[in-house]
Design a protein around this ligand. Sequence first.
Ligand code: NDP
Length: 483
Amino acid sequence: MRFMKKLQNYINGKFQPPVSGGYIENIDPSRGVPFSLIPDSSVDDVTQATEAAKNAFPMWSGMSLNQRSEILLKLSKGIEDRMDEFVAAESLDNGKPVSLARQVDIPRAVSNLGFFATAVLHFASESHYMEGMGINYTTRKPIGVVGCISPWNLPLYLFTWKIAPALATGNCVVAKPSEITPYTAYLLSEVAAEIGLPAGVLNIIHGLGSKAGDAIVKHPDIKAVSFTGGTATGAYIAKTAGPMFKKLSLELGGKNPNIIFADCDFEDMLSTTVRSSFANQGQICLCGSRIFIERSIYNEFKDAFVEKVSRMKVGIPSDIDTRQGAVVSKDHMEKVLSYIKLAQEEGGKVLAGGHQIKLEAPYDQGFYIAPTIIEGLSYDCRTNQEEIFGPVVTLCPFDSEEEVLKMANATQYGLAATVWTSNLKRAHRVANQIHSGIVWVNSWLVRDLRTPFGGVKSSGIGREGGWEALKFFTEPKNIFIKE
Ligand code: NDP
């Protein structure tokens, strides 16, 4: 076993143990062994954090925009200055390749803070003049204390995606990262202390969703909750926080279609589809796990895709040429493997992968799954309806636009979709008819932080990103002045 670091909560600018004194083991998925301990926090820790946030709110919200912006830019820079440490921590905690954490996760956390630190300087509210009567103007004030709860797949990336707009608009935050991947959130609290973020403005609580997370959702003084995670958890949060009239932003699961027409740029589509299927071990809510291929190129696509995927290196996350690391936990690995079994029971044929991979010691207890491609399933079977959230995709041929739209739209989810075609009219037509919050045409995961981000149906309510996030974290008030 390597070092056993003990993480602490960050409350009111101080590092402190949980009130209960209990800790939970945090597992390194690449080896399947614990490497740190995290606080098993409860309602008592959340109460302390909320008190601290309430006390800090008048000072933080009363600060000038420029001052707040400068502090958040320092937070962003503080992560950048410790880039190597953050990259290693994210990979160790999550099992993702170091190369991915370096290219995507940590740079994006830096950008999230930088983006909202400066976006808020340009955020203006509306005024509406009424001819001969007077003028309405709208003010936007911070809400107060807000809760931010994030998942394990893109830990610091999604944590900062919430915290940055919440803080930029003058709120004080009680935040909880996933208990499975708490490490970079802990490092963020170290940076917050280093750069002198005023005490109580950002409080980071570690622990279980069902205890610490639940306490955030239920605390009467936490007036808004921004949550990213599974649809079942989102439904529970909506049911709990709804009657308390809390503002809610829920970014939930996906089962995204990747629609490939025969007239696409084949090579571009193929290499992007490998990424959109298996990046981060398929554990991105935006991955295209249902691949629909126009029948005339089905076999050509299948052969080329299987060949490329079979060559992907599954290996130790720290190896520079590893393309697929470990999935996040033993439970999750077993869930994904159970879906592969289900797919076979439903009549699916495994074309690649389909099994766990055992690496050599000391990685032989790690959670590795071969990237898996399955064909021969109906669009409405469980494998094609339920979110697997792992390195598993299905292939399904189609004959017409009408047919593929019917299949693509036939799930409860509606987060993102990808369309591959060189026909501009068809691109617009299909993109407009897909039930989802995001559509990428001839691309995938191109992110502009100004754009609305989120899903429809069971993929959530509300949007993050750009003005949407700044609006969510502020309360508008309209004032009318008679002429
Ligand atoms: P979960 O819903 O299990 O957990 C998300 C977060 O909520 C974690 O911090 C978790 O804590 C916490 N939590 C769990 N139960 C409660 C509760 N009762 N009250 C308050 N908080 C709670 O999701 P996962 O972490 O498993 O993440 C994977 C899911 O996230 C997938 O469904 C994926 O699609 C979705 N996702 C959606 C995205 C989007 O933008 N739409 C982006 C990324 C992921 P703990 O981990 O400690 O249990």
